[in-house]
Design a protein around this ligand. Structure first.
Ligand code: GLU
Length: 426
């Protein structure tokens, strides 16, 4: 059998193809040459499976879709408080290139140009490696291939970047930038000229969807807290001045760029990327918005839909051992507050006694800190009731911090081996 997902994506693409509204961005002269008909869609699951259709090999410039990733790199480099002292997180409700600041004289958020130019100044750099080059390398790691700068688009934007220069000088005047604004704006324009395909973008978005972990390599590329910050800002500020409309109709944290791309990230599920050059009055790809609306509706991807995961935490409960005195709880899914509450409610029904209770975490995909805290509080209380409690963490899901102080209750042996070893139990 072949999975129907690629057919579905193709179907969505075809359904949106006839939408010929909008106009290509021409304030960057090179972008005006884009072929209007181009259309592409890619989707990357959190376990790194990539589906794509249409012009999925076509490279275009990342433009403003670089902003969330530059923000992530700045956060990784300087920490949240330091970045917040330079750029706010409030939706501006203004055009992306508005020459304005918030009341505190800081750019309102990192998704509009004033905030993005400031964020660019916070990227790491060395004498031999520019900020834009650092970002290019970081995006290449996220995309899993070496990305290039589009020199023509860069040169073209540089020649006409009067507005961004004005923003740079404004930022220098109020002290948000403490360097030559010309070189920071130059670097920012270079950052926007990194070439990507929808496949690259979907992979990059997939890493964000997976909480910063690249499933393909198992490497952590971004801290979970950084990803949360970036997605929150994308949700409230990512779609230019149409953010409220987007939140209600699509409900997926996203960022668009003037070359015609849009990336969307559904935490814990998928990264999505679309491309089509004609833009609406807000600067968002017309067909791109159409495709996202369609995917969100068809696939129930709206963030506010909620998830039924709490129904599934307890995979099974059974007893083993000579006297059926060993109780095994096999868990599955994600252990967050709701699931832990449900688990603790089941454990509450265990009669007081000296039974051995085994909590098997093998089939969990993620244990949140609150989940770990609640789990071990349950373990403590079961022990206080006289039980012996063993937590099987053969997949080593628990972090050092989560397991700190509970090491004596945790074993890393798989459940069947553990039961085998305690032959009396089998
Ligand atoms: N380089 C573009 C600019 O700064 C990016 C704008 C965008 O994609 O929204 O004007």
């Amino acid at each position: 059998m072949q999975t129907p997902v690629p057919d579905y994506l193709q179907h969505v693409l075809q359904a949106c193809q006839s939408n010929a509204q909008g106009a290509v961005a021409d304030y960057i002269p090179e972008l005006a040459h884009a072929d209007h008909e181009r259309l592409a869609l890619a989707l990357c699951t959190i376990d790194s499976t990539l589906y794509s259709t249409g012009d999925d090999q076509l490279a275009f410039t990342i433009q403003s879709m670089s902003k969330p990733f530059a923000y992530a790199l700045a956060l990784e480099t300087h920490g949240l408080n330091s970045v917040l002292s330079k750029v706010g997180v409030e939706p501006s409700g203004e055009a992306f290139n508005q020459i304005s600041l918030g009341q505190d004289n800081l750019p309102k958020n990192p998704m509009i140009n004033s905030g993005a130019i400031t964020t660019h100044s916070l990227l790491p750099y060395k004498k031999t490696v520019s900020r834009a080059e650092h970002l290019r390398r970081f995006l290449s790691t996220l995309a899993g291939r070496e990305l290039q700068f589009d020199e023509r688009v860069y040169e073209s934007e540089l020649k006409t970047a009067f507005r961004n220069r004005s923003i740079g000088y404004m930022l220098r005047t109020v002290g948000v930038l403490d360097e030559d604004p010309e070189s920071i704006v130059d670097g920012y324009i270079r950052q926007c000229a990194i070439q990507v395909t929808v496949q690259d973008l979907a992979r990059m978005a997939g890493v964000l969807a997976n909480g910063g972990l690249c499933a393909g390599t198992g490497q952590r590329l971004l801290e979970r807290a950084v990803v949360r910050q970036v997605l929150s800002v994308m949700m409230s500020c990512g779609m230019y001045d149409a953010a409220g409309d987007w939140l209600t109709t699509v409900g997926i944290p996203a960022k668009s760029g003037v070359a015609g791309g849009i990336i969307g990230v559904l935490p814990g599920q998928v990264g999505i990327a679309v491309f089509s050059p004609k833009l609406d009055e807000h600067g968002n790809s017309v067909r791109g918005v159409h495709i996202f609306e369609r995917l969100s509706k068809d696939m129930g991807l709206h963030l506010m839909e909620g998830t039924p995961s709490a129904q599934t935490i307890l995979q099974s409960r059974y007893t083993v051992g000579k006297n059926n005195d060993v109780v095994v709880y096999e868990l599955r899914g994600v252990l967050q507050f709701t699931e832990s509450e449900m688990l603790l409610r089941s454990l509450q029904d265990e009669p007081t006694g000296t039974n051995r209770i085994i909590l098997d975490l093998t089939n969990l995909t993620l244990v949140h800190d609150v989940g770990a805290r609640m789990l071990f509080e349950g373990v403590k209380r079961l022990k206080a009731d006289g039980h012996q409690v063993v937590v099987i963490d053969s997949e080593r899901l628990l972090s050092d911090t989560q397991s700190k102080g509970h090491k004596r209750s945790i074993v890393h042996t798989p459940l069947d081996v553990y039961l085998e070893r305690f032959a009396s139990v089998k």
